[in-house]
Design a protein around this ligand. Structure first.
Ligand SMILES: [Zn+2]
Length: 414
């Protein structure tokens, strides 16, 4: 658990995730709300699907919202009126975003929500009251008890704009308090830039020659998880034993996720602290995950999460992140003279440039090229901060290729 900051519509927001201790009455209200959110999500999803396949029309936010109003009048769904309407509207809003992402080819098709997974409900300002560091949700008379784990932050001084209550499959309750932050904290200039090559053998290799290995304890926790998953598979469906086995899988899962998140946070924080400019390759994780054998290795590495952390942390601290095109031949180009090899086998860990004779470590050389490509983007300008993408000529290859600034740049120059 910790502070999470993320980038949202170019506003920097900070979120505090706290452990909740609801009373049995409050837990009942929340469970009922989760159920309603799930039903609203699933029914709206089914309705959209039917419209899309039957009438070939896409559903917009206004239409989906109107459908929610209609559902509340259905005889079998009258109980939707018993919970706060705010989380139900938020569910429609999130589904709309999920569909925009799907139609823009940025995400998978939104899925049915299961009662066995993580449950959540999001409250905007009209659905909760935050007063003197206490949180009261709509349809509740008393504040929710929670554990505050930041001794140097006074909760009474905060002004959350959104509260997301959730329950994980192990039955733990959380609330994530999100708030807008007016000004990013400017870190002192570090006077250094770095290129980062993400890999499978090592988690990452930097242009400074540092190899960041995947932590060993992660592999051990993953073996535990696999063990519990196999045990669960052998239990009969619907049996008490299976329920117990599922709880163990959920707990092992949470440990793997927490260990991975911890590693990614430490690594990204260090990179952002020590460098003014960070350049990474756009790996299109989603496309690569389609490749089965690589899929597990990649999703385990958490590259997508790592990139999002770099995005919001660079934005928060006034650093700069540049994402260079993934078709860029970073491995096969000599970072010393620019010579481009015709081919380089995946097993070749080192190679010697036939043109200038420099000996290269495969991954460090790739990271150096990534940094050079990023510097070229950085040098060509201030316009990168306004346009989402710009075509630039790279320093190392003779054809134009697109590059993107990964996050809004809050401060000019390095
Ligand atoms: Zn060379």
């Amino acid at each position: 658990m910790g502070t999470i900051t993320f980038c949202y519509d170019s506003n920097v927001r900070t979120a505090y995730k706290v452990r909740l201790c609801p009373t049995p009455e409050q837990a009942a209200v929340l469970n009922r709300t989760f159920g309603c959110v799930r039903v609203v999500w699933n029914r709206t999803l089914a309705w959209r699907r039917a419209r899309y396949h039957g009438e070939c029309v896409k559903t917009n936010f206004t239409q989906a919202n109107a459908y929610l109003t209609a559902m509340k009048a259905f005889d079998d769904l009258a109980w939707l009126n018993e919970v706060s309407s705010v989380p139900l509207h938020q569910a429609i809003r999130h589904q709309q975003v999920a569909f925009s992402n799907f139609f823009a080819d940025r995400a998978r098709h939104p899925r049915h929500k299961s009662r066995n997974g993580r449950q959540s409900a999001e409250y905007t300002r009209s659905g909760f009251r935050w007063r003197d560091g206490t949180l009261t949700l709509a349809k509740m008379n008393v504040p929710l008890a929670f554990v505050w784990s930041w001794p140097d932050v006074d909760p009474a001084a905060l002004d959350p704009t959104t509260v997301t209550v959730s329950k994980d499959p192990c039955g733990r309750w959380y609330a994530s308090l999100a708030m807008d932050v007016a000004d990013p904290e400017q870190a002192p200039a570090a006077g250094a830039a770095v290129g980062v090559d993400l890999g499978v053998t090592d988690f990452a290799v930097t242009s400074d020659g540092e190899k960041i290995a995947n932590p060993r304890h992660l592999a051990r926790r993953e073996r535990n998880l696999a063990h519990y998953q196999r045990r669960m598979a052998r239990k009969q469906r619907g049996s008490a034993n299976r329920g117990e086995a599922r709880a163990k899988v959920a707990r092992a899962h949470r440990k793997v996720a927490a260990a991975r998140a911890d590693f990614l946070h430490k690594t990204s924080t260090r990179l952002v602290r020590d460098h003014d400019l960070i350049v990474i390759e756009d790996l299109n994780v989603r496309g690569m995950v389609g490749n089965r054998p690589l899929a597990k290795a990649i999703s385990d590495c958490g590259w997508g999460a790592f990139r999002r952390m770099l995005e919001y942390k660079t934005a928060k601290h006034g650093r700069r992140l540049i994402v260079v095109d993934r078709w860029f031949p970073s491995s096969k180009t000599c970072s010393a003279c620019g010579h481009l090899l015709a081919s380089l086998s995946l097993s070749a860990r080192t190679w010697q440039c036939p043109s200038c004779g420099t000996r290269h470590d495969r991954d460090v050389n790739a990271a150096k090229n990534i940094l050079a490509a990023g510097r070229a983007v950085s040098a060509c300008g201030a316009d990168v901060r306004h346009s989402g993408s710009s075509r630039v000529r790279s320093a190392v290859k003779q054809e134009p290729r697109p590059a993107r600034a990964g996050a809004p740049v809050l401060r000019r120059g390095e």
